[in-house]
Design a protein around this ligand. Structure first.
Ligand SMILES: [Zn+2]
Length: 166
């Protein structure tokens, strides 16, 4: 059983920059690849506070979260990473909301998406350690919660979104 008194101390203090770096490494372990044309070079552009990667060849713009379980989120990356870490302890949405300081609704959504992603990951391969689980979570192509209701259709849609960079 997790110790309720130490659980607050267990919330890691990530920086947004660290999370973006980890996300980049998980998403593009061999360096950036344009999801449309596979070109390896990009310009970094900012749009409404979002950091986008614009392909130098075809000008397609993509983000770190595009095509991952984090796609479309307005919740800071730090909170997602804290949630992923805390998921290993196995906590409910109410406690998650308290620990990472988000609304219950946001915590429920994060919890739900991560649980689904972990389920997908388990089906794909046995657990190989936290870091790989984290990398796997981030690499999973889960476009939206709505598309997850049909697992087969979701997987197909996910596959057609681009090659997996595993
Ligand atoms: Zn391109």
């Amino acid at each position: 059983m997790p110790n309720r008194f130490s659980i607050y101390d267990a919330v890691p203090a990530y920086s947004e920059e660290d999370c973006a770096g980890a996300l980049f490494a998980a998403k593009w372990p061999d360096g950036f690849r344009c999801p449309r044309c596979a070109h390896p070079h990009y310009y970094k552009v900012s749009s409404r506070g979002r950091h986008l990667f614009e392909c130098r060849s075809c000008a397609h713009q993509t983000s770190l979260t595009a095509g991952t379980v984090l796609e479309g989120t307005r919740t800071p990356l730090t909170k997602w990473f804290q949630a992923m870490f805390l998921m290993q302890i196995g906590i409910n949405a109410k406690l998650l909301a308290e620990l990472i300081r988000v609304t219950y609704k946001t915590a429920w959504l994060i919890n739900h998406k991560l649980r689904h992603a972990i389920g997908e990951w388990d089906r794909m391969r046995p657990l190989e350690g936290d870091l790989q689980l984290l990398g796997g979570l981030l690499r999973l192509r889960i476009p939206s919660l709505l598309q997850q209701s049909n697992r087969a259709g979701g997987a197909e849609a996910a596959a057609s979104r681009g090659r997996r960079l595993a």
